[in-house]
Design a protein around this ligand. Structure first.
Ligand code: UDX
Ligand code: ADP
Length: 458
């Protein structure tokens, strides 16, 4: 079959891979190719051991791969044949120079833009899929359209709102798809073409269009609002622990107000992931650069509360365990930044493990998907560190368990058996409030949830 459109995605990561797999799956008449400079990653996309763990992803990739979905390291030739190029290369926080620690590092984006110019022989639509600072398209357009080949590149912003662990259902049933473009004739035409891709499976009323700058800013603002909700409930969790209020009851009561909404009100050891901190720092940097210092301060406080929550968790462990954890074995249940992913970027567990190692504890990390990443994250951490798949073996001989990821698995373990294998007094610090605290207390554990009174036998 002759394909009606050639779609290319540059960057085969968490965003590019699943998004293109869904487009290929839903649009069999389009040829979808995903390229990356990382040959190992591309080889993994071409195998059954995909480079990322995401429920339902392998099935979707399996349906379309080598029919209308292709993974390749041949970047230039695929740029040349593409009508539409999605760019989802990484945009990490800058670690050097001006804006270090805050601004987005756009070097991969700029390099990609230059590669596109070099390899192109015809007009193309360039879609910003990565999260970018507001008004990035302005600079990109200058680079792209400063070519002497008389080629026009129309830049469209189509930020991705998928969350890890639920990427496939988020892509299949998105709350909305956002497409921002210039409101010129060429811009509106490009907008329509991108809308038509999603209209294959997303109801038209859920496809929102806007100007380019609103779309770029909406992605940053959405992540900032979500993170702000978590920091708000986490700040209340600290107050709950002082006042005998129960944070789950408070969350339920306030979330029932439809103006607040019940989602993203789970108090936790802190939010992680590749987006929230990075995007808020980016927002803060942009506000500062426009002289909006009060606005910058407001959003910075969302990060400050998150760090406070992580510090508080470790402090609570130390205080409960008689102010010392030196030589004590502590099992960390869950290292991923959330359940159903192997991703550990910005995971609170990294900080917690490092702090416990500094306190000279023997740290045993357990996780059903994230041990490979955990080993990399902790490769320079000093002290006694073990990585153990089986949670029973991880907890055997431990003084404490710290739950850092809300894996279903941890809810169904045999805690009587675990208790019997642990040193006494045995502690559980439930950084996700997922366990049955009363039942654990009954077994004999001293239980320290987040935002609720501790259950202690002493
Ligand atoms: C987020 C956004 O949700 C998504 O729309 C955007 O495209 C990318 O960033 P992601 O980081 O994959 O997605 O996961 P998310 O479900 O948002 O969780 C982020 C962190 O917040 C996790 O560490 C999670 O455990 C934590 N969290 C979430 C809480 O602590 N409490 C909650 O109530 C919800
Ligand atoms: P995200 O979570 O935004 O998808 P990832 O880091 O998972 O980010 O993926 C980004 C991908 O982009 C990586 O696999 C990286 O190798 C790839 N990449 C970065 N620069 C380029 C480039 N110039 N050409 C092709 N791929 C690139």
């Amino acid at each position: 079959m002759a394909f009606t459109k050639n779609i290319l995605c540059i960057g085969a990561g968490y965003v590019g891979g699943p998004t293109m797999a869904m487009i290929a799956h839903k649009c069999p008449e389009y040829k979808v190719t995903v390229v990356d400079i990382n040959a190992g990653r591309i080889a993994a996309w071409n195998s059954d051991a995909l480079p990322i763990f995401e429920p339902g992803l392998l099935e979707i990739v399996g349906h379309a791969r080598n029919k209308n979905l292709f993974f390749s390291t041949e970047i230039a030739s695929h740029i040349a044949e593409a009508d539409i190029i999605f760019v989802s290369v990484n945009t990490p926080t800058k670690t050097f120079g001006e804006g270090s620690g805050k601004a987005a590092d756009l070097q991969y984006w700029e390099k990609t833009a230059r590669e596109i110019v070099k390899a192109s022989q015809s007009d193309k639509i360039i879609v910003e899929k990565s999260t970018l600072p507001v008004r990035t398209a302005e600079a990109l357009e200058r680079i792209l359209n400063a070519n002497d080949k008389n080629i026009h590149f129309e830049v469209v912003s189509n930020p991705e709102f998928l969350a890890e662990g639920t990427a496939i259902s988020d892509l299949r049933h998105p709350d909305r798809v956002l497409i921002g473009s210039h409101e010129t004739k060429a811009g509106l035409a490009a907008r329509t073409i991108i809308c038509d891709i999603y209209a294959h499976w997303v109801p038209r009323e859920k496809i929102i269009t806007s100007n380019l700058w609103s779309a770029e800013l909406s992605k940053l603002a959405a992540n900032a609002f979500l993170a702000q909700k978590i920091s708000s409930i986490n700040s209340i969790s600290a107050l709950c622990e002082k006042t005998e209020a129960n944070v789950s009851e408070v969350a339920r009561a306030i979330g029932a107000d439809s103006r607040i909404g019940g989602k993203f009100l789970k108090a936790s050891v802190g939010f992680g992931g590749s987006c929230f901190k990075k995007d808020i720092m980016n927002l803060v940097y942009i506000c500062e650069s426009y002289g909006l210092h009060e606005v910058a301060k407001y959003w910075s406080s969302v990060i400050a509360i998150n760090e406070y929550q992580e510090h508080r968790f470790v402090k609570a462990m130390l205080t409960a365990m008689f102010n010392t954890v030196a030589t004590k074995r502590i099992a960390i249940f869950g290292f991923a930044f959330k359940a159903d992913t192997g991703d550990t970027r910005e995971s609170p567990a990294i900080y917690i493990a490092q702090r416990l190692l500094e306190e000279r504890a023997v740290v045993v990390v357990s996780d059903p998907q994230a041990l490979q990443n955990a080993r990399v994250d902790l490769k320079n951490a000093p002290g006694a560190l073990e990585f153990v798949d089986d949670p029973y073996r991880a907890a055997a001989g431990a003084h404490a368990i710290a739950v850092c990821t809300e894996w279903e698995l941890y809810k169904t373990l045999d805690y009587k058996k675990i208790f019997a294998s642990m040193e006494k007094p045995a502690f559980v610090f439930d950084g996700r409030n997922i366990l049955d605290h009363a039942a654990l207390f009954e077994i004999g554990f001293n239980v320290f949830p987040i935002g609720k009174g501790a259950l202690k036998h002493f």
